[in-house]
Design a protein around this ligand. Structure first.
Ligand SMILES: [Zn+2]
Ligand SMILES: [Zn+2]
Length: 295
């Protein structure tokens, strides 16, 4: 366990070096993203927290200010608590509310402590949240938080367990979000960080229909490729015989993979309100700065 977990951390550190030395603009370690690991304590399928180690490494070796963005359906607790009092690391986690889901944390009011107060952002979305509302939370918060924090580098955790098919969580996203997640991260990296973007994997428990397509999307985005339409016949022929469920034929999901969600308007409204509350401090400080300028 130690050796396998240490190797995963080494993979993320290698990605960090590739990006920070300028060898690559972006780097991806799909084996990383073990965001529940704590200092001295394994948790939630995670032994060592490669992102936490990598962020510390980015600070010590490169003096970098890091924005960590976590789109796994579970709260990125290990990374958040590791840098909770550090104003040079900003964490943003968008996850299913901890009400009925591990690890139970990730509330709006977890904003950091001491000097780190105001550098921890949590957007807990309601169970059954669908693409549109999820993407509104993701895009708006990412754009506003990065504008506020101005990092040197972005580290994204790409857990693929917010999909409707995921057996562990209760969100209702589709492949749409897995196309948009890396697309915005890529755009923001070029806009604010001269391209410096490190991505890691994370959770994802529909290993047949969701994870391969979602993680391929991260790589496709990083390498400036866009693909839609049918999946490769070679891949389908290789894995359909092993899969307990029929594999999808296309990169995108069909429109009817689930029945309409009855509470959609309420969920959308609740998430919008959550987003507003989370971003209120950086929006109001901007307002204050503006009115000071004017007066
Ligand atoms: Zn690029
Ligand atoms: Zn997860």
């Amino acid at each position: 366990m130690h050796e396998a977990s240490a190797l995963l951390v080494g993979g993320t550190l290698t990605a960090v070096d590739a990006v920070m030395t300028g060898q690559s603009l972006h780097a991806l370690n799909l084996g990383g993203g073990l965001h529940h690991g704590f200092r001295g304590k394994a948790s939630g399928f995670c032994i060592y927290n490669d992102s936490s180690v990598a962020i510390k490494y980015l600070q010590k070796k490169y003096g970098a200010r890091v924005l960590y963005v976590d789109t796994d359906a579970h709260h990125g607790d290990g990374v958040q608590w590791s840098f909770y009092d550090d104003p040079d690391v900003c964490t943003l986690s968008i996850h299913e509310t901890g009400r009925y889901l591990f690890p139970g944390t990730g509330n709006i009011n977890e904003r950091g402590q001491g000097k780190g107060y105001g550098y921890s952002f949590n957007i807990p979305v309601d169970a059954f949240t669908e693409d549109e509302s999820w993407l509104e939370c993701y895009k708006t918060s990412f754009k506003e938080v990065i504008k506020f924090f101005k990092p040197d580098v972005i580290l994204t955790q790409n857990g693929a367990d917010s999909h409707y098919y995921d057996p562990l969580t209760h969100l209702s996203a589709t492949m749409k979000i897995y196309k948009e997640i890396p697309k915005l991260a890529h755009e923001m990296a070029h806009k604010y960080c001269e391209g410096r973007w490190i991505a890691v994997g994370g959770g994802g428990y529909d290993i047949w229909r969701v994870v391969p397509r979602a993680w391929a999307r991260v790589w496709l985005e990083m390498t400036n490729k866009d693909i839609s339409g049918p999946l490769s016949k070679e891949w389908l022929d290789c894995w359909q015989p092993e899969s307990p469920v029929p594999l999808p034929n296309e990169w995108d999901d069909m429109e009817d993979i689930y029945e309409p969600i009855p509470r959609k308007p309420e969920i959308t409204e609740k998430n919008a309100l959550t987003l507003e509350k989370v971003l209120y401090p950086i929006r109001s400080s901007k307002q204050t700065a503006k009115s000071n300028e004017q007066s």
